[in-house]
Design a protein. Structure first.
Lengths: 305, 458
């Protein structure tokens, strides 16, 4: 295994993405909306198609705005169908994202078939390629540092999420646990919901474009779910989810460049391995968690019997 | 597009159209049934999880096949791989749900993302194979509806018949599992195995359909028809039948449209047709539709508002003429009625207009006074009587009241029963007769400064 500066950038970018997603994931898990990341990843297609058809270019800014708008719409429609139609949240989410995806597919086939707008290419970046796209150069103290564009974008997103969560910590917390109490305290739980959904949409879309969708879907759920099993305090849960996210990025990349060699293959996708490692970490938590771990529980019940 | 073409599509003369229409119709029917169960189990997104969870199985068995020396792209082999990781995913969802504090949504999300990640990682390895034969593996789960082959159809028929047969055989057990898991367990059913079996059937449909019609259509087929059917009925049997009809119809209409119009991918058109059915059902559904509930809500508000008006008028008259045996209808100033509760002028005028239309008051809403008609007085007496009996009931029988008060009855005797009403009436010391309607005195001071009759309380 040889470690290059390239690898450091991949890990840093992956960790930033994981941290940005894990922050929001805590609230998604608490609100039982874990599947939102997956829903948004399918639903943004018409946003991309419309942005492309309107501007005629594949510029990332237009695509980003289109996708983020549709991402927020996914959340809003899901909420509406749930509220007015009295439909269970998972079902309304599923209806919204499949319909939007089908609409996007139709738009692409009808309007943009002659050009190459493969959703797999436009939307989904690859984490391994991020260091090859230099964003800007920092210099100072006699050092020059070229920051890849994806890293810069994801740092911004991470800071945005962190800022919003710090600013609205109390409101988000109360409205996640007890929307009725939030209302009596004068907090508009609905606006907190939309704020969170907007952040999720922006984060997801920015990260899809920079590093690919699978990281986002996994990091929005798995680190936060692992942390949820270890603590009853929200602040501890958030910190733990960050640790799990960053650990998944570091270990994920290391296993992506080592594990395949054991079977005679060369490297594999870091994004995929990050998801796998986060899953392994989750499995360890389920088994070993001091309060609720299966291992300790079976030993305790064994003693009692 | 001409008539001949339309007729050839409608009568399925073209072999390929026939194949696609039959397959999507069949899949729609089967998914409609399974989707109904999933919806009631609040697991609609299971199709989403399952279809993503098949990827590592497909790529994994492909790699294994390559190692063992064949080209690895044996269709049945890939199908087996998909089923294996699909079932494993199901089992893990149930495991996480049972052994941790996490709910279904998180369990499904974890399995989806980790399995799909594993699939992507395996794919990354497969793509470095020198043969380059991994191409097209990923498209296995994205499927192309229009390019279906006869084998797809045969597999689909076998799986669908199997799934439909089992779900009809075990209908009673599945129904119980959907509505009352704890009760099912107390009856001695192994709910865990029923759960596994149900999800196993969903996996079978998903795997069989995935490669034929693609991921998004399978997900939509498992959710949308069932959710649409839910708006039309409260009965599981009817809902499942309707759901499978809607699923089948979406498949048939969508596939036909796609065959008729140029450049319309069948999967996307079918999803949109199903979504159309959903929106229509959500608006016009006769059991839980939005318009129906809106109308019921408005009617209830209208009724409550009218009863408030009648009671306010009755109590004002009662206060003016205390001690008489028979109330005389006199005009009541508008303002005096308005202050009895927080009426807005608009709301009160509207209520008065309705009351005038129905002949309960003789005066128009624009007049300064309000005069009850004789039928209005009778109606007002009834409303007031019911209200007071309720109050009395709540005072006297507070311990059993809570189970009955939310029934929203405007006729006390329909809820409380003849004997109880008589018992309540007997509790009251003073009776007053108004055209055969018994109105007890109010057990509490009436807002608006009218004193209660003191003899009311025993």
């Amino acid at each position: 295994m040889s470690w290059l500066p390239l690898d450091t950038w991949i890990v840093v970018t992956g960790a930033l993405c994981a941290a940005a997603c894990a922050l929001l994931g805590n609230f998604l898990v608490l609100r039982k909306m874990s599947m939102m990341g997956d829903a948004i990843s399918h639903a943004v297609l018409p946003g991309l198609a419309i942005a492309f058809l309107l501007t005629g270019s594949r510029s990332s800014i237009a695509m980003f705005i289109g996708a983020a708008l549709v991402g927020v719409m996914t959340a809003v429609f899901t909420q509406w169908i749930g509220k007015f139609g009295n439909v269970e949240r998972g079902a309304s989410m599923g209806i919204v994202f499949t319909t939007l995806f089908a609409l996007g597919l139709l738009l692409i086939v009808k309007g943009a078939d002659h050009v190459d707008l493969d959703p797999g290419c436009v939307l989904y970046g690859a984490l391994e390629l991020t260091p090859l796209d230099p964003g800007f150069t920092l210099s100072g103290f006699g050092l020059t540092l070229t920051v890849p564009r994806a890293t810069a974008v994801l740092s911004g997103i991470f800071l945005l999420n962190l800022g919003c969560i710090l600013l609205f910590y109390k409101e988000l917390k109360i409205s996640s646990f007890d929307p009725e109490l939030a209302t009596t305290l004068g907090i508009d739980a609905r606006w907190m919901h939309y704020l969170l959904m907007t952040l999720v949409a922006i984060t997801a879309v920015a990260a899809f474009e920079a590093v690919g969708s699978i990281i986002v879907i996994a990091m929005l759920i798995v680190p936060a779910a692992s942390a949820y099993l270890l603590t009853h305090r929200l602040s501890t849960m958030i910190l733990l989810s960050l640790v799990f996210g960053v650990a998944a990025a570091v270990l994920g990349h290391i296993s992506a460049i080592t594990v395949p060699h054991w079977f005679g293959f060369s490297d594999t996708s870091t994004s995929g391995m990050m998801a796998v490692v986060s899953g392994v970490l989750f499995g360890l938590v389920v088994l070993l968690s001091p309060n609720q771990g299966l291992l300790f529980r079976s030993r305790r019940t064994g003693k009692a019997g | 597009m001409d008539w001949e073409q339309i007729i050839s599509v409608l009568f399925l003369r073209d072999y390929n159209t026939r194949l696609v229409v039959f397959s999507t119709l069949l899949l729609g029917v089967t998914c409609g049934i399974m989707g109904g169960f999933l919806l009631l189990r609040k697991r609609s997104l299971m199709g989403d999880t399952l279809s993503h969870a098949t990827l590592p199985g497909i790529v994994g068995l492909f790699l294994a096949g390559v190692f063992l020396g064949n080209d690895g792209k044996s269709f049945m082999l890939l199908l087996v791989g998909a089923a294996v990781t699909g079932l494993l995913g199901c089992w893990l969802v149930l495991f996480i749900r049972e052994h941790t504090r996490l709910k279904d949504d998180a369990a499904m999300g974890i399995v989806l993302s980790v399995f799909f990640g594993a699939g992507v990682a395996l794919l990354g390895m497969a793509q470095t194979l020198p043969e380059g034969s991994a191409a097209g593996l990923e498209s296995f789960i994205y499927g192309k509806t229009a390019s279906m082959v006869a084998t797809d159809f045969q597999i689909l028929v076998v799986v669908s018949l199997l799934v439909l047969g089992i779900s009809i055989l075990l209908f009673k057990e599945f129904k119980l599992l959907c509505f009352d898991e704890t009760f099912a367990r107390s009856l001695g059913f192994s709910t865990r195995w029923l759960d596994v079996l149900m999800l196993g059937l969903v996996t079978a449909v998903t795997v069989a359909g995935l490669q034929a019609v693609g991921l998004i259509l399978i997900i939509a087929f498992l959710i949308t028809p069932a959710a649409a059917a839910r708006f039309w009925t409260e009965k599981l049997e009817r809902m499942l039948i309707l759901s499978s009809i809607l699923g089948g119809l979406s498949g048939w209409i969508g596939a036909s449209l796609s065959a008729l119009l140029p450049r319309m991918p069948a999967g996307a058109v079918i999803v949109l047709v199903a979504a159309g059915f959903f929106v229509f059902s959500m608006l016009f559904g006769t059991a839980r539709g939005v318009l129906l509930r809106y109308r019921q809500h408005r009617e209830l508000r209208f009724l409550v508002s009218r009863q408030h008006l009648l009671r306010a008028l009755f109590e004002i008259l009662e206060g003016q003429q205390s001690g008489v045996d028979e109330l005389e209808v006199t005009p009541v100033p508008y303002e005096e009625v308005r202050i009895t509760r927080t009426w807005t002028d608009r709301a009160l005028n509207k209520t008065l207009a309705h009351a005038f239309r129905d002949g309960l008051v003789k005066t128009r809403p624009t007049d300064d006074t309000i005069l009850l008609s004789s039928r209005g007085l009778e109606e007002a007496a009834k409303v007031t009587r019911n209200h007071r009996l309720w109050e009395l009931y709540l005072i006297e029988f507070a311990d059993i009241a809570t189970s009955r008060v939310d029934r929203g009855a405007d006729r006390v005797e329909h809820v409380l029963g003849e004997e109880l009403v008589q018992a309540l009436e007997a509790k009251l010391q003073t009776y007053r007769w108004d055209e055969q309607v018994l109105v007890p005195a109010s057990p509490h001071p009436i807002a608006g400064g009218v004193a209660p009759s003191t003899e009311a309380t025993p």
